[in-house]
Design a protein around this ligand. Structure first.
Ligand code: BES
Ligand code: ZN
Ligand code: ZN
Length: 477
């Protein structure tokens, strides 16, 4: 997608569609006839989106007057996605957005661009399937010009994240995720170091190695670093992403049918933190951030780890494996323990960790929990609301860890029948010694049918949330 800046509203022309986002009362659209303006005015209060044919070009009016600042932005993104569908139906190549509010202009551009995303790699007739929309132009002051440059990077980061989630394991193995990270590091300007089996073995990352035992492919462990000279923080913020490139459940095989169909998306957490690093580095945000991505697939196999196994983890503690399908916590635990060495100010992980989280709130929100101070918890929730990726905070009380007591090891990897999302979080907390936030994105990371501007398949959830949260550190520093 090309994002263009325009100082003034161009005259209506057939070449481009026009979107007017209005957040107060209806105001007349120049170059439309009185009859058309009267019609738009009559529709404005009842309808969020009205489109008319103006001088041969499509003119859409968006009413963004209802709700609070955050819900207005989300409404605009969702309506913008409907506009994108309309434009593609009419084979229109470009659109110009203007509004009485720059934030709304940007949200509209964001919704149009993200809604226009397609993953066509595996189609034979790609060019036939390509959307017509290629350019989004925005009208406004010079501040908007800068914001559009920023939006372009964020859009590219979400696109990269969605592409990773949409790639099947036939392409995206754990070593391949390392290669993708290397390539993105060059495009966006962060540093990347990728470890393979030998280094992971020498580091004694027992959790990651255990999950990898049934696999034919090597594991990988990637460290992404963005350390600008003008960083506002002394201690880094560390992001950790679950990079299970495919989750069969291992020997505790997922019950077929369909329970495995979307398990290529079990690296959605990795895709979220990788995408966030792309956006942060791409926009040169002055915050020192490190991302850790442990990666493997989880398969049954001759040598696969088995229920009953006791695993010695990277931090030296032991885990009794009672379900090999609770593999995400095994690989994240090693990354979280490794994160201690950076003496982080805060660690945030993102993971498609539990079916329990998805069942609790579905695709509409992220399940969040943590032991970071109230201010940090509020800041991350606030960031989520502002970008349309809301976090529902679950309790993180110590009593939940009681379910993880083992009769043979320091912990077991399986909780009780209740509160599965929380016991998973409490398991992970044992490997931390710093303020910690855990984001379970099992619900919103992947959708089987089109879900507004989030598209179909990988949604890229977490990228804009983590980017916004880290960017806000600069304003609040
Ligand atoms: N990757 C799954 C969680 C998941 C389920 C993500 C559905 C997206 C959609 C995870 O590894 C898993 O299998 N979790 C188990 C844990 C259980 C065995 C304690 C689960 O949630 O059932
Ligand atoms: Zn699993
Ligand atoms: Zn999993």
């Amino acid at each position: 997608m090309v994002f263009q800046y325009k100082k003034a509203l161009p005259a209506l022309s057939k070449q481009t569609a026009h979107v007017f986002v209005q957040s107060k009362k209806f105001s007349k659209i120049p170059s439309l006839s009185k009859a058309q303006n009267d019609y738009l005015k009559s529709q404005f209060s009842d309808r969020e989106l009205t489109c008319v044919d103006g001088m041969g070009s499509l003119v859409c009016l968006v009413n963004a007057s209802k709700g609070n600042a955050h819900t207005q932005l989300e409404k605009v993104r969702i309506i913008a996605d409907k506009v994108a569908t309309e434009l593609n139906k009419h084979k229109i190549k470009s659109v110009t957005i203007s509004s009485d509010n720059d934030e709304h202009t940007l949200a509209c551009a964001e919704g149009l661009a993200l809604g226009n995303y397609q993953f066509l790699k595996y189609y034979g007739d790609k060019s036939k399937r390509q959307n017509s929309l290629k350019t989004v132009a925005c009208v406004g002051g010079t501040e908007l010009k800068k914001s559009l440059v920023e939006l372009k990077q964020v859009y590219e980061a979400v696109k990269a994240s969605r592409d990773l989630v949409n790639e099947p394991v036939s392409y995206l193995t754990a070593p391949q995720i390392g290669k993708e990270i290397k390539s993105l590091s060059k495009t966006f300007g962060f540093k990347a170091e990728v470890w393979g089996r030998a280094k992971i073995t020498s580091m004694k990352m027992g959790g990651l190695l255990a999950v990898n035992k049934g696999s034919l492919d090597d594991p990988s462990f990637s460290t992404l670093t963005w350390k600008p000279a003008n960083a506002v923080n002394k201690k880094p913020i560390v992001l950790v992403g679950k990079g299970v490139v495919y989750d069969t459940g291992g020997l505790s095989l997922k019950p077929t049918p369909h329970s495995m169909d979307m398990m290529k998306s079990d690296m959605g957490g990795a895709a979220a933190v990788i995408g966030a690093m792309c956006a942060i580095a791409g926009n040169k945000i002055p915050v020192h951030v490190i991302a850790l991505v442990p990666s493997t697939d989880n398969r049954p196999g001759g040598n696969a780890y088995a229920p009953g196994d006791v695993i010695t983890m990277f931090d030296g503690s032991t885990v009794e494996v009672l379900n090999t399908d609770a593999e995400g916590r095994m690989i994240l635990a090693d990354a979280l323990a490794y994160a201690k060495k950076f003496k982080p100010e805060l660690v945030v992980d993102a993971a498609t960790l539990t079916g329990a989280a998805a069942r609790a709130i579905g695709k509409h929100a992220i399940v969040g929990m943590g032991n970071a101070d109230n201010k940090t918890m509020s800041q991350i929730k606030e960031a989520g609301e502002s970008v349309g990726e809301p976090i529902v905070e679950f309790p993180f009380w110590d009593v939940y860890a009681d379910d993880l007591k083992s009769t043979i090891a320091d912990q077991k990897n399986l909780g009780g029948p209740e509160a599965g999302a929380i016991t998973a979080g409490k398991f992970l907390e044992k490997f931390t010694d710093y303020p910690y936030v855990h984001l379970d994105i099992a619900g919103p990371a992947f959708v089987l049918s089109r879900f507004n501007y989030r598209g179909i398949g990988g949604t890229g959830v977490g990228v804009r949330l983590l980017y916004q949260f880290i960017k806000n550190k600069v304003i609040k520093a």
